[in-house]
Design a protein around this ligand. Structure first.
Ligand SMILES: Cc1cc2nc3c(=O)[nH]c(=O)nc-3n(C[C@H](O)[C@H](O)[C@H](O)COP(=O)(O)OP(=O)(O)OC[C@H]3O[C@@H](n4cnc5c(N)ncnc54)[C@H](O)[C@@H]3O)c2cc1C
Length: 395
């Protein structure tokens, strides 16, 4: 016995729930399954970049992040301790970022999906995916009734079983890198700036001050180095000691909720195939360094949903509509992905970090232009103009 659905989404994270919300609002029969028993606070820096805030506005879901404090810019710290303070540029495409409590946000988003008529089932770990002539069949263990659907959406993160089954996976994520998340209290009311501490050997710690009693820390480093430093907590503490003033400004006796995760990246050949689309991290993710994964998850969830809505209209060409989503996704993120990959080269070379820190620190407009690229207030080419002191024309 199987059940038939118009759309099945594997993964109830930011991307999957965003996509489900749009589909449900448009009256499409959408079924979301997730392996976890419930929504949990995943390993994530929980900073939403300015472009992501604009997507929340476009989705008309700003009440879901009510009370989330703003992030006005970034404090960048080089391995030698040089500090560059920057603010998101006011003439860019978007405003400022937000510090999220991502679990609370996702719980509210899931409620909105259900209210709009979508269905969500937790505790479903999808372990079999079969291509049919007119769609897909998805199974999750022997106890669950398989689901057949016209369109399958892979929103299942960096180890996507959907990408694998659809033949879209380029390579399994890199497990030589590992991420560790923890929370601490701050001694003082935090400035409304995020922080990025670059550390020797390509390690880094991102700091997102959600509240005084809840500062999110995420360390990314080589897995081998983490083992050498005594595991997740030992590495987080030691690296924080190595970083300028990170230890002194926070109460490390309150360090809690430490969790590690790997891989921190994923690569796919493309984001669509026959009646299947990948969104969020499942559609490819370079690295958390630029803090834009949530924003990409929101945008790709929205864009893929719109393509599905057009494709399921009577007489429409579903394959062509999904293909359009794939083209849009590539066009939107290709340049930024190249920039993000070049940052991976830079952070492994202390001299390059120091040179960039010196260049940005020499002029405030440069630092702001740089953070404008990171936050997607500027496209990379607009940001390059702003870095050269030329005011970019934003359409
Ligand atoms: C250390 C770290 C720090 C980060 N910091 C930031 C930041 O500050 N800002 C930012 O914007 N981004 C950040 N990111 C990236 C961000 O977390 C992701 O890009 C974003 O969460 C992707 O959302 P998603 O919905 O695509 O995937 P996920 O949030 O990973 O959701 C995938 C869902 O799929 C489910 N799933 C997986 N496999 C199956 C299966 N077989 N069957 C059913 N369900 C399945 C999972 O349970 C999960 O709920 C960070 C990432 C890391 C690793």
């Amino acid at each position: 016995m199987t059940r038939r659905r118009a759309v099945t989404i594997v993964g109830a994270g930011t991307a999957g729930l965003t996509c489900a919300l749009i589909l449900a609002r448009r009256g499409i029969d959408v079924f979301v399954v997730d392996a976890a028993a419930r929504i949990e606070r995943s390993v994530c820096g929980e900073y939403l970049c300015p472009a992501g805030v604009s997507t929340l506005e476009e989705l008309d879901v700003m009440p879901l992040v009510e009370g989330a404090p703003p992030v006005l810019g970034m404090r960048l710290v080089s391995p030698a301790g040089r500090v560059v303070r920057s603010h998101f540029p006011r003439d860019g495409r978007h405003g400022v970022g937000l510090s999220l409590d991502k679990q609370a946000f996702l719980e509210r988003l899931a409620d909105a999906v259900v209210e709009a008529g979508g269905r969500i089932r937790f505790g479903w770990r999808v372990d079999s995916i079969q291509r049919l002539d007119d769609g897909w069949r998805v199974g999750a263990g022997r106890k669950r009734t398989p689901i057949e659907c016209d369109v399958l959406i892979g929103a299942d993160g960096r180890r996507s079983v959907v990408a694998d089954a659809a033949g879209l996976l380029a390579e399994a994520g890199d497990r030589t890198r590992i991420a560790v998340r923890g929370f601490v209290n701050a001694f003082d009311d935090p400035e409304r700036l995020g922080e990025m501490h670059l550390l020797p050997g390509g390690a880094y710690i991102g700091v997102n001050p959600i509240r005084r009693d809840e500062v999110n820390l995420t360390l990314v480093c080589d897995a081998e180095e983490l083992r050498r430093r005594g595991g997740a907590e030992g590495a987080l503490r030691q690296y924080a000691h190595d970083a300028r003033d990170l230890y002194e400004r926070h109460d490390w006796s309150t360090l809690r909720a430490i969790r590690g995760v790997t891989p921190v990246s994923s690569r796919v050949k493309r984001a669509v195939a026959d009646r299947v689309a990948l969104i969020g991290d499942a559609s490819g993710f370079v690295d958390p360094l630029t803090g834009e994964g949530i924003s990409i998850a929101l945008w790709s969830g929205l864009a893929a949903a719109e393509s599905v809505v057009s494709g399921l209209a009577p007489g429409a060409d579903l394959v062509a509509c999904l293909h359009r989503y794939g083209v849009e996704r590539r066009a939107k993120y290709r340049a930024k992905a190249a920039v993000s990959r070049s940052f991976q080269w830079v952070i492994r070379r202390g001299w390059a970090c120091e040179w960039i820190g010196h260049f940005l620190g020499a002029r405030q407009e440069r630092a702001d232009a740089f953070i404008g690229i990171i936050g997607n207030n500027y496209t990379p080419s607009e940001g390059a103009l702003a870095l050269a002191g030329v005011k970019p024309a934003i359409p």
